[in-house]
Design a protein around this ligand. Structure first.
Ligand SMILES: Nc1ncnc2c1ncn2[C@@H]1O[C@H](COP(=O)(O)OP(=O)(O)OP(=O)(O)O)[C@@H](O)[C@H]1O
Length: 464
């Protein structure tokens, strides 16, 4: 019978786990800390270690790095996607957020024990095989935790399934969804679950690069190709050689760059601006947009042939308002993450109700920002609806559309709303400040500056 070592200092949980595993016939040994596990036992002698992250003395994750040949199932009550990802990066076999579900634990244990151990002949045989793409029984609440994503609604589970299915292939993927739904996260997951995962992932926001520079940024240029091209420059497509190129906001790509991208997709070759020779590269393309590309094709602003090349596989992320239950799960996870930095926070029942009923026009990003803001403003540990600062029903005007998301929440402090302030600042400074400097002064990222410009109808003057 497989031997399992439980390293957990909470006696009630330890006893519960022991009973559960022993009922299935596993041989179970217990320890209350990493030190105890190492002094009283030889952790390598076990088929599986189940360890809590927070233990007196050293964290349970130390066992992951100290005994790389032994599978470790790491559990913690401070579950967040980020810490899960960190733990998996250390080499943990699986990750289990507490409180756990008995069936879930047993399924995970069975799956792990069924996998060949490093050093066994079965491993050598399968070493050349591609990595497993199926999620091996990740927790229900975190059905996408292996992908670094949260959600268990039907809509998002379809997305997870599609990611796992298409990630291992080299097919071009078009990710569609409203702003803030997680398109970049999907692209990252596709890369991480592909055979290219150890090669570069190069994200490019097409809208953030001035029109006049985009071709040379993407495809590189030769010395002297244009005024200012003082040396040969490698483009981002070449930088992604062997890996994945993520073209975000592909709908913003100007016509000349669309033509070049199409040629690259047809031939697999890149030619620097101003060069006569092309170079073959191996790049998987993932593109994303919040725009209706089909409509853009119809009105002639996006090439039909490129559109068909891009949408070999389409992944459509539903807006958060259509993903029942996900907003609350995401909110709790963001709060838990904020709590892991030292202070403890909790959502009040009213705040949870407000989160459930809010339509989240800005999707997950809006929710993330609302929690971040609440945590900053929170003086005790309780996050109330007021701290979330959600727009009331009355102040919401109509339902959002993909192309025209509603404006940001206005601040009720002072006479100038945040929007007005932003608008005024941009109009006053855009002629003499770079976008980077303007974003820095506003205290936001360049991407956020670009997004807010779009939302408020203040696009950056082309060529700026
Ligand atoms: N399912 C999810 N689980 C956890 N975090 C998520 C999820 N979806 C989105 N996020 C978080 O929400 C934020 C916005 O996600 P992301 O940038 O991927 O959205 P996007 O659709 O690419 O946005 P945009 O269209 O504006 O570029 C990020 O911080 C991301 O980590």
């Amino acid at each position: 019978m497989p031997r399992i070592l439980i390293v957990e200092d909470e006696l009630v949980i330890r006893a519960e786990l022991r009973r559960l595993l022993m009922r299935q016939g596993y041989e179970v040994t217990e320890a209350g800390s990493v030190r105890e596990a190492e002094t009283d036992q030889d952790p390598r002698a076990f088929d599986l270690i189940i360890a809590d992250v927070r233990l007196p003395g050293a964290p349970g994750t130390d066992l992951v790095t100290r005994y790389p040949g032994t599978p470790v199932l790491v559990m913690t009550s401070y579950a967040t996607v980020r810490s899960a990802v960190e733990t998996m990066k250390l080499g943990a076999t699986e990750y289990l957020p507490k409180p756990f579900d008995h069936d879930e634990v047993l399924r995970l244990v069975e799956t792990i024990l069924a996998q060949p151990r490093p050093g066994s002949s079965a491993v050598e045989e399968s070493a050349a095989a591609p990595p497993p793409t199926q999620c091996t029984g990740a927790p229900t609440e975190g059905a996408g935790s292996d992908l670094g994503m949260i959600g268990s609604s039907r809509g998002i589970r379809d997305v997870f399934e599609r990611i796992r299915k298409v990630a291992p292939s080299d097919a071009t993927v078009l990710v569609l969804g409203e702003s803030g739904t997680g398109k970049e996260l999907v692209a990252t997951a596709l890369h991480r679950h592909s055979r290219r995962k150890d090669r570069p992932f190069v994200p490019v926001n097409c809208a953030a690069i001035p029109e006049g520079l985009i071709e040379s940024e993407l495809f590189g240029h030769e010395r002297g190709a244009f005024t200012g091209a003082t040396s040969t420059h490698t483009g981002l497509v070449e930088a992604a050689d062997g890996g994945t190129l993520f073209l975000d906001e592909i709908g913003e790509l100007p016509a000349s760059a669309q033509a070049r991208l199409l040629r690259f997709l047809q031939t697999g070759e890149v030619r620097h601006v101003g060069a006569t020779k092309a170079r073959r590269v191996s790049v998987r393309l993932v593109a994303a947009t919040h725009r209706d590309l089909q409509a853009m094709v119809r009105d002639g602003t996006f090439r039909n042939d490129l559109y068909f090349r891009l949408r070999v596989i389409e992944i459509r992320i539903p807006p958060l308002r259509e993903r029942s239950g996900d907003a609350l799960a995401l909110a709790r996870s963001f709060v838990t993450h904020a709590s892991s930095t030292g202070r403890r926070f909790v959502l009040t029942n009213d705040a949870e109700r407000a989160i459930i009923s809010h339509p989240w026009p800005g999707n997950v990003r809006e929710l993330e920002n609302a929690i971040e803001r609440a945590v900053i403003l929170c003086e005790g540990g309780e996050i109330t609806p007021e701290l979330l600062g959600l727009e009331s029903d009355e102040s919401r005007s109509g339902s959002p559309t993909t192309d025209n998301p509603p404006a940001a929440t206005s601040s009720d402090h002072g006479s100038l709303s945040l929007e007005d302030y932003f608008r005024k600042f941009v109009l006053e400074h855009q002629d003499h400040l770079t976008e980077t400097e303007m974003a820095r002064r506003l205290g936001i990222s360049r991407k956020a500056l670009w997004e807010r410009r779009q939302r408020l109808g203040l696009p950056r003057p082309r060529g700026a």
